[in-house]
Write a protein that binds this ligand. Structure first.
Ligand code: IPM
Ligand code: MG
Length: 367
C-alpha cells in the first residue's frame, strides 16, 4: 500500500519558515514511528500569483483534490494589496475551501499552562482553557449572491448576502454535535436570530439536529453576547458552532485568550471520501505576519499543531497526535519561547528552527 499523501502549500510571509519546521517533524514520524508520508509541495497565495498570475493554479487545485490532506502556511502580504480583488492571495485560500467543500472548520482554543500569564485576561480565567469553535466555512456572507459594488443613482453601493440553506446548517451542526460527543458533551450555537432571518433558521435547524443527540447539552446565544461571554468566562464553553463570518471574528477573539495567535492550529474538513478520509486542509490560524517574515522569528507551533490535527482527523493517528501535542506542551513547560512569547525575565527568544529542534528533541524523549 502506498503512503498517505500530504500536499504542502507554504504560501506567503512566515508560511515557508514555519512549514520548514513541520517538514522536519513529518520526517521524524517517518523515521521514528514508521509513519511515512508522500509529501509534495506547491504554491498558493501571493507566491502563486508571482509565478502564475493567479493565487491558485488549476494544477494545484487538482493536486489538492488528490492529496489525502493539504497543509497550508499562510497567504497574503502588503505587496499584494494593490491587486484586483479576484486575484488577491486570499482568493486562493477561499477557492480551496469552497471547491474542496470544507464546510466544517475546527478552531481549538487551548491554553497551555506555561502560557497562562501571556493572556490579556487573568490567569484563573484562562488556565486550563480547552474549547473548540466549529465555524461554517463554505457559505454565508463570504460566498452569498448577490454581491459586488454597484451604481445606484449617483453613488455606489457595496453588497454582500448572508445566505444559508437548511442542509448547509444541518451538516455543520452535525459535525459539531459529533465533536461534542467526543468531548465535554456541551454545544453552544451562536447566531443573531434577534435580527437576522438566517439566524432564525440556523437556530431551528441546530435545535432539530440536537434531537438526535440527547446526551449533548445544547444552548443558544446571540453572537454578540457570545463574544462578551468568551471574554468574561470562556471556560463555560466546550464546543461552539457558528456561521462563517461570526466564526471568523469569534475565533480570533478566542485565540487571543490563549496568549498568542502563534499557537493555534485549525482543521477544515469536508465530506469523507471512499477511503473514509475526509477532504481536509490544515492551517495555522495566524496570518502571514509580513512584519517579521524572513527573519526566523516566527513561532512554528501553530503550524506544528495543525499537523497534529492532520494526524488525528485525516490519518486516524490519535495517539501520535497526542504525542506531538505533548511534545509541544513539554518544550513550553521547559521555558522554550519564540519572540511572540516574551515578557518573562531573562528569557532569550528562540528562532523558528531552534523551536523546531526543541520539539524534535521532546519527540525523541517521548520514545
Ligand atoms: C481566517 C482568515 C481568512 C478568513 C482570510 C485570510 C480570508 O481571516 O482564516 O480566519 O477571513 O476566513
Ligand atoms: Mg480570520
Amino acid at each position: 500500500m502506498s503512503n498517505p499523501s500530504i500536499l504542502i502549500l507554504p504560501g506567503d510571509g512566515i508560511g515557508p519558515e514555519v512549514m520548514a519546521e513541520v517538514r522536519r517533524i513529518i520526517d521524524w514520524f517517518g523515521a521514528k514511528r514508521d509513519l511515512a508520508f508522500d509529501v509534495s509541495e506547491d504554491l498558493v497565495g501571493g507566491a502563486a500569483y508571482d509565478v502564475h498570475g493567479t493565487p491558485l493554479h488549476d494544477d494545484t487545485m487538482k493536486k489538492a483534490f488528490e492529496a489525502d490532506a493539504v497543509l497550508l502556511g499562510a497567504v497574503g502580504g502588503p505587496k499584494y494589496d494593490v491587486l484586483d480583488f479576484s486575484v488577491k492571495p486570499e482568493r486562493g485560500l477561499l477557492r480551496l475551501r469552497k471547491e474542496l467543500d470544507l464546510f466544517s472548520n475546527l478552531r481549538p482554543a487551548q491554553c497551555f499552562d506555561a502560557l497562562a500569564d501571556f493572556s490579556s485576561l487573568k490567569r484563573d480565567v484562562v488556565a486550563g482553557l480547552d474549547i473548540m469553535i466549529v465555524r461554517e466555512l463554505t457559505s454565508g456572507i463570504y460566498f452569498g449572491e448577490p454581491r459586488g459594488i454597484i451604481e445606484e443613482g449617483n453613488e455606489r453601493v457595496g453588497i454582500n448576502t448572508q445566505r444559508y440553506t437548511e442542509s448547509e446548517i444541518d451538516r455543520v451542526a452535525r459535525s459539531a454535535f459529533e465533536l461534542a460527543m467526543r468531548r465535554g458533551k456541551k454545544l453552544c450555537s451562536m447566531e443573531k436570530a434577534n435580527v437576522m432571518e438566517s439566524g432564525i433558521l440556523w437556530r431551528e435547524v441546530v435545535t432539530k439536529v440536537g434531537e438526535e443527540y440527547p446526551e449533548v447539552e445544547l444552548s443558544h446565544m446571540y453572537a454578540d453576547a457570545g463574544a462578551m461571554q468568551l471574554c468574561r468566562w470562556p471556560k463555560q464553553f466546550d464546543v461552539i458552532v457558528t456561521d462563517n463570518l461570526f466564526g471568523d471574528l469569534l475565533s480570533d477573539a478566542a485565540a487571543m485568550l490563549t496568549g498568542s495567535l502563534g499557537m493555534l492550529p485549525s482543521a477544515s474538513l469536508g465530506a469523507p471520501r471512499d477511503n473514509g478520509r475526509p477532504y481536509a486542509l490544515y492551517e495555522p490560524v495566524h496570518g502571514s505576519a509580513p512584519d517579521i517574515a524572513g527573519q526566523g522569528k516566527a513561532n512554528p507551533i501553530a503550524c506544528v499543531l495543525s499537523f497534529a490535527m492532520a494526524l488525528r482527523y485525516s490519518f486516524d493517528q490519535g495517539a501520535e497526535a497526542d504525542r506531538l501535542e505533548e511534545a509541544v506542551n513539554t518544550v513550553l513547560a521547559n521555558g522554550a519561547r519564540t519572540a511572540d512569547l516574551l515578557g518573562e525575565e531573562g528569557v532569550t527568544p528562540l528562532s523558528t528552527s531552534e523551536m523546531g529542534t526543541k520539539i524534535l528533541e521532546a519527540l525523541d524523549a517521548s520514545l
